[in-house]
Structure formats: structure tokens, C-alpha cells
Design a binder for this molecule. Sequence first.
Ligand code: ADP
Ligand code: MG
Length: 582
Amino acid sequence: MIRILDKNVADKIAAGEVIDRPVSIIKELVENSIDAGADSITVEIRNGGKSYIRVTDNGCGIAGEEIPAAFMRHATSKIEKVEDLDNIETLGFRGEALASICAVSRVEMVTRRAEDRKGTRVVAEESEVKDMRGTGCPEGTTITVRDLFFNLPARLKFLSSDASETRRITDMLSRMAMSYPDIRISFISGGKGVFTTSGKGNFLNNIVSIYGAETGKYLIPVTGDEDGMVLRGFVSNPSYTLSSRNRQIYCVNGRVVSSDVMRRGLEKGYRERLMQGRFPVAFLFLSVPGDTVDVNIHPAKKEVRFGDVFRVEDFISEAVARGLRGEEGVTRAVPETGPAEVPKLTAKPEIREEEKQVDIKQILSTVRHENTPQPVVREEPVEIPPVRKEFDFDSLEIRGTVFNTYIIAQNEDSFFMIDQHAAHERIFYEKMKNQYAASEKLSQQLLTPLSIVLPPDAAASEERWLPQLRKLGYGAEFFGDSTYLIREIPAFTEVEEAEDFLRDFVASLEDRIDVTDRKAIDRIIMRACKASVKGGDRLEPEEAVSLINQLKRCENPFSCPHGRPTFIRLRKYEIEKMFRRV
Ligand code: ADP
Ligand code: MG
């Protein structure tokens, strides 16, 4: 039998589509506050929002007689006619949120418009207004949502632990606060302040207020300008990483979005600078011409589609790589602990004196948004001087070595330790890769050829691997019985290194790895350079100089190919601080 569902059931079903967990309620309420023109919003939760959510704003408020309508499905003040749909400037317009929230919880609203002397207090539950009366209250709106899903036990069971619901909310609100730097957003959980932004529109201050001063200390500015694309932002020094991508915030034309293209660009920019399983912190603000991007305003997830994904990816990766190749990008002398996973309460967004050196504050103040909150796409101003100081290898003065492993050096304001093994690995790796790509090979003849024994079927498939070996600078010829003679090895390798390399190469053939695949060759090279490093070698001063000079010529000098740092930097002021001199 086909039935028309009664209103209560229908409301609950519809509500389930808009509201699935506390975080979606908070998102809807905060968006309503933004739409109401608020420039100060406070969010309070208890038990991950399951038992209690309160959102207070100083927005335009609602007239008493309009309140019942606000709780009705398809009731909105934001559009009137079909044509308005083409020109939506608010975050909400479906008129569903309040109706849905009140279908599945107990809601109380207190609101007053600036022009009204008295405000209104409304209590609603299961889609019904239970009580409504005049009250004295500040200008703006406060909505309290209690006992989420009290009438839908199945849904309630489906929610995660308080802690993980809190994490979802924290994450969403952090992103929201990042995209609305002009709105003061305060978040309180279980009676404790999680963060409060200033609402003064400064990105760096915002980052520091939301994610803590510690994060602010390790940020490197990145900038890029190309074909109408402008990138501004911060990425973390490789000494400061996380075990997840939690703290990567991408903003496109003023909106926080999730973007695989930007993520790939970021990670490509860090190429070989991070150990496996470590992820940088990043706050990237991209502005692109409106016709090259499609920001899909899906209620649940903000995906973004770029016209030319590769161009955007390269643009970002180059900007990030440039930032990391500069002075600020040298790995800092701090343990790779990374930030706490949940932002801590920070008393005051305070930028320390030292950080001013890079002048990020000043740069960012030029990216600030206009004063009035504008929920729709905003373009960022373009005039920002790119900050980039190339690392000056020539300024390094070598002071010696310690533990037969580390070169000690200094320049004007920093002390450096250089891991000679990691450095050697990097140099060897790039030489091998360059040799592979170069048309002319730098080889040396061996007086006594090396012999290698290949798997029995290798001779038959010679044309698959022999040219690869040649490309790497090895000359081999068949000797008989699966044996090959190596008469030539790369000019920059020593005989033992060459032997090690060949052993790896043969092992790959035995493992039936397709060595015509460029990636396989990369891996073999990678493995070979690890083996090529000899432990505990004492370097003569001129050898140390030569090592640094060779590093200088590397494309990616600050890490070994596996992501371990070659350089560690300790600034003079950090040393002074340790000795309590400053
Ligand atoms: P929508 O946002 O899609 O219009 P909602 O159900 O979220 O639908 O809200 C319904 C209406 O209630 C809004 O159109 C708006 O007029 C009013 N409203 C909701 N929250 C607020 C608020 N915090 N301040 C002022 N008006 C609000
Ligand atoms: Mg809404």
C-alpha cells in the first residue's frame, strides 16, 4: 500500500539529508551567522556537540513575527524567485537548515534586530514551535541546540566518540575561520577555549590564533605570480611535519576548499625533502581568474575544479620548491615532533621578534580582505613582493668535522651541521640521474673488468636491460654462460660503488623488475646511492669544501633522496637563547 508519510516522519527523513552529525549543524548555524552579516561568532559545544551546541552572533537578527517561518522547511529570506538562483551571494538559500535541525533536536533561539527594542525567545522541538515570547537580549542571534537525535536513537548510535566529533568540529571551524579572517570566530569546547581569531583580517595572525604560536614559528612564506595566478601562503620547514595531512589548508579565490591538485602541487614541491609518512603543514591561498576555476558549492564538501590542472599543480609545486630552496627552507635544528593534533588554546596571537625577519607579517597584511564579510568569491589583491632569499652556499665557512660524520660550518647568522653521508648520497643520486638523462656519458675504463652473472634467461632479453645499463654509463659485453664483463663504469663512481650498483641491478633483473621503466631505474639508483655511502670516513678540509661545492650544484641540495636532511641549521639567536643570553 502506498501511503503519504505523516509530516513528522517526512521531516525526520529530510532532516537526515542535511544533518548527519554535530559538525553539520554547526556548519549550517555558522553559515547563517555569516549570511546575517555578523562579524563576531561564538561557538560553544559540549560532548562533541551531541548534548549541547550554542552559536551566538552579532548579525542582523530576525523579526519576531518571522521566526516561525524561519523554522519551516523551504523557508528562506535569501531568495524569492527562480532567477535569484543564478545570483546567489549567500551561503544558504535552501531554507532547510533550521527546519532540519529542529526536527531532530531541541532548539532554542534568542534574537533581536538592531531596530527592535525587544528581542524574542523561541523554543522549538520536533519541528514545532513550543513557546515564543518577548525578551531582553543583545543584538544578534543565539541558537542553542540540545540533545541531538534524541528522537532518532539509531542515528545517535551512529555518531562517533565525543573526542572524534569534537575533532571534526575543530577542523571544520578552523577552516571556516581561515576563510573568514574578517570575522572574529571563537570556539569553546567543554567550557574551554579552543581558539579565538581576531577578525582583523591578517592571515598569519589567524594561523597563529587557530593553530598556535608553535606552528607560526616554523612557517616559510611561499609566493608565486604567473599568468594571472597568484599564490600566497606558508608551508612548514621540513623540520616541522605531521603524520597526517590534517593541517593543509587550501583556499581558492577566498574560499577554503579541498583540492587534490593543490595537494599534489604542495607535495611535489617538497619532493625528497620529507621522510615517508610525514606531511607538511601548509596554508595556501590561491587566486586564479574566475573563468579558469569552478568552485562547486556543494553543501557538504567544497570541491574545486581547475581548467588546467597540470598548470596549477606545477605553479604550486614550483612556488613551494622555491620557498624551500631559500634560506628559510634549510631544515632547522628541532626534533621532528610536529604540532599537537588538536589546536591548543593560545592566549594571544603573538608573532615573535625573530619571525619578523622574513617580513611575512607585512606581506600578509597586503593580502587582507575588505572589512565587511563577503561570503561569495573574493579576489585577493595582487601587489605582494615575493620574498625569497636564495641560500648562499658561498657564505659558508667550514669549521671542521665532528664524529667523522658531520661537517661544521657557519655563515653570518647561522650554525650548520652537514651530514657528509646524506650529502654524498644526494650528490651521487643526482649525478646518476643526470648521467642517465644525458646524451653523452661520462665513463671511465677499468683496467681489470668486473664480471657479473645474470639470471639464465637474461642474455635472451639483453635488448631490454643492456641499453639501460649503457645509459647509466656502464659498458657491458657478453662473456658466455650468463656472464657479462663490465669494462666501463661511470666516471664519478669508485669501483666498489660500481660493484654494489651492479649487484642491485642484477637483483632487480632476478626479481623480474621491468628495468625499462623509468621509475624502476629511479629506485635502483636510489638504492645504489644508499649503498654507496661509506661510514665514518674522515674528510680532509679540502674534501669537505669540495663536498659542499658539489651540493651547491645539486638541484635539491638540502636532503638526501630519501628525505633525510643534509643540512641542519641553528640560528645564532637560537643558540643565544639556549645560553640565556637573550
Ligand atoms: P537558509 O539559510 O537556506 O535561508 P535556514 O533554514 O538556514 O535557511 O535559515 C532560514 C532563515 O532564517 C534564513 O533565510 C534567515 O532569514 C533566518 N536566519 C537563520 N539564522 C539566522 C541568523 N543567525 N541571523 C539572522 N537570520 C537568520
Ligand atoms: Mg542556512
